[in-house]
Ligand binder design. Structure first.
Ligand SMILES: [Zn+2]
Length: 312
């Protein structure tokens, strides 16, 4: 444990499947110098390590006490090892020690979606029973039951993106067919759009054009229907008090929430759906959570001053 001064800051880095976000975040949760850069996905793990090192160096100040990094996939936080990522292609990568060798700081390594879930759980109204679904290049979720994050026997709970929602459906990057992630992630929307003859468009363009472009409309309806199918299963099993949507797709706002609530209502039939809310942090829940995880790793666990939303 080290004392955390009021002026302390942590460099937080969220390595995403498309974008990497970094910021300095103080012990009150206020962010400074947010940087968003493309993740060098095709250049491999070494390029991602180089990026994390250069981001940390560029954000360094005398008040920085450490670096909190979160990555997707399966992560062993206690050993500091990124065990597996389907989207970024690493296996058993000792990222924490590699960063500590290159930087003059302690480093914590965590899972991006677990970090986002923790942010939602510990700030604002908080979550005692609920589900945080992070939809970006991939899809994963965090379940909070009676105030505790559910991790599972192997720490692999929350792979909502790989729930099969279409029998013999679209090929998923995990190797299976019909996974939710192959229909409703920001990575899948452009692929579905192209498969249906729409040509090249990114997720943002598809969402923008869905009123005027029938193919965009069809792709979006499928995405919402698949998401509702997966969430209806989770609601039936776990009875969450609310569902919070974070990640890049949450930027679609009511365009996502309104049809999703309607579809959930239809699928659940005999029970009502819990409220679906957008994360106050939207696509930044992970980077805030990366800082929060570092602070907790050094014994700072009072986050009452961390008001929801990216401040600074
Ligand atoms: Zn899958």
């Amino acid at each position: 444990m080290i004392d955390v001064a009021a002026t302390a800051q942590v460099i937080a880095i969220d390595v995403g499947g498309t974008l990497t976000k970094a910021a300095r975040i103080d012990s009150s949760g206020v962010a400074q110098s947010l940087v968003v850069v493309p993740t060098p996905v095709s250049s491999g793990a070494d390029a991602i390590l180089e990026l994390a090192v250069s981001l940390a160096k560029s954000l360094a100040t005398p008040d920085v006490i450490g670096v909190g990094v979160v990555v997707p996939g399966i992560v062993d936080s206690s050993r500091g090892v990124a065990r597996y990522s389907a989207n970024l292609g690493w296996r058993d990568w000792p990222l924490r020690s590699l960063l500590e060798e290159r930087l003059p700081y302690r480093v914590s390594l965590g899972h991006d979606v677990a970090a986002a879930g923790e942010t939602e759980m510990r700030t604002g109204d908080g979550i005692d029973n609920g589900l945080v679904v992070v939809i970006g290049t991939g899809i994963a979720s965090v379940t909070v039951l009676d105030g505790e994050i559910v991790r599972g026997a192997q720490g692999m709970a929350g792979e909502l993106g790989h729930v099969v929602v279409r029998e013999n459906g679209a090929l998923c990057r995990c190797g299976n067919r019909g996974c939710l992630e192959a229909y409703a992630s920001t990575g899948a929307l452009p692929l579905r759009f192209r498969d249906l003859g729409g040509g090249d468009a990114d997720a943002e363009t598809i969402v923008r054009d869905l009123e005027s472009d029938p193919i965009a409309h069809e792709v979006w309806n499928q995405a919402v229907d698949c998401l509702a199918t997966a969430l209806a299963m989770v609601i039936s099993v776990l009875d969450p008090g609310k569902i919070v949507i974070a990640g890049g797709l949450s930027l679609a706002g009511d365009t996502l929430v309104t049809p999703l609530m309607s579809s959930l209502g239809n699928k659940l039939v005999w029970r009502s759906a819990p409220p679906v809310e957008l994360s106050h942090y939207r696509q930044h829940a992970g980077v805030v959570g990366a800082a929060m995880q570092f602070y907790r790793s050094v014994g700072h666990s009072n986050f009452s001053a961390w008001t929801p939303g990216l401040k600074g």
